[in-house]
Every structure is written in C-alpha cells, then in structure tokens.
Design a protein around this ligand. Sequence first.
Ligand code: AMP
Length: 191
Amino acid sequence: MQVIILGPPGVGKGTQSLLIAEKLGLIHLSTGEILRDAVKRGTKLGLLAKEKLESGILVSDDIMVGIIKEVLSSGEVREKGFILDGFPRTLKQAVELEQILDVLGYNDVHIINILVDENEIIKRLIGRGRTDDTEDVIKHRLEIYKEQTAPVKDYFSKKYKIVDIHGVGDIEEINNNIILMLESAKVKNSR
Ligand code: AMP
C-alpha cells in the first residue's frame, strides 16, 4: 500500500503518518525530516537546504524530485509500501510523482487530506517550537501552502479518490478513522 498525506503545515501530518506507518507496517517518508537530517549532518544537501528551511521557503523541485525518486526506488520501500508526508508540495512535484509511481509500478495509492481550521494551525505550530515555527515563518509557510501546494489536491482529485479527514480532536481517534478508511479501501481493492 502507498499512502500520500496532504494538508497544510501543522495539521498533524507527521504525527498521523508515524502512527499509520507503525500500524500498517509502511515506511514513513517525510521530506521535511530528510532535509532536517541533512542539515544536522552538514551534507551537501543540508548546506543547500538550511536557509530555505529556516525561512519556510520550498527547496527546488528538481532536488526534491531527485530525493523522492531515489527513496521510492529502494528495495525496502518497494517491498513494504510507504506513507509520504510533505511531498508533493507543488504541481510540478505532483506531476513528476505520478510518473515515478507509474514507472515503479506502485498501483495501490491512497490519498488522505487532513483538514484543520487556520487559527488552530497557527496555535499548534507556535506551540511546537521548531526553528521554523516562529509566527512570521509560520504565516509565510501557510501562504506558500495556499499558493503552491493547495493546487496539488485538485490535480490529484482527477486521478485518485481523496479522502478528507478532520484533524481536530483526539490523535488516536483521528488515527483510527484513517486506518479504518485505508483498510476498507484495501478490502474493496482486493475484491
Ligand atoms: P515539513 O517538515 O514538511 O513541514 O517541511 C519543513 C520544510 O522543509 C519546508 O518548509 C520546506 O522548506 C522543506 N520541504 C519539505 N518538503 C518539501 C518539498 N516537498 N518541497 C520543497 N520543500 C520541502
């Protein structure tokens, strides 16, 4: 199974992805985590991405698509399936991802879109305390989301069924809703 989790920053994509990965035995792929790890280790990618991450600007599509192509080609990911968190974030990334999925034969794709009210998002992000979670950077990231990432949902909805999930409330309850939805989709697909 391949799961893509969409939604603005701060809706709980990371938290939910980790739980889904754990419960369904999928590999959690977070592009934000990959980049933060590269910054921490001071790799070439990290040096390139550091400033962008800190100011909430997107890293270039070419770099991001290259990273995703590489991870999705790995044997373990192909064997276990994955949950993709933080990618695609632009239409260009969405178009490229569609192609990568086709070429690599991933054909059990499920898309979840998490919905949370904007005031709640700002409150949550400020409380999270990451270096890119200052009020200015948060506002900027939400703007970038609206301009560049929101169109991904419309684009994908032409090809995939996207399930909206309300992201406010008890984390486990929200997660159970997602798991039930994914499991019922699996049963339908195998009929
Ligand atoms: P996240 O952990 O998903 O909130 O991502 C943190 C930061 O990493 C973002 O604000 C971007 O600077 C960068 N980033 C993560 N994923 C992507 C992506 N798919 N395309 C471009 N930049 C990304």
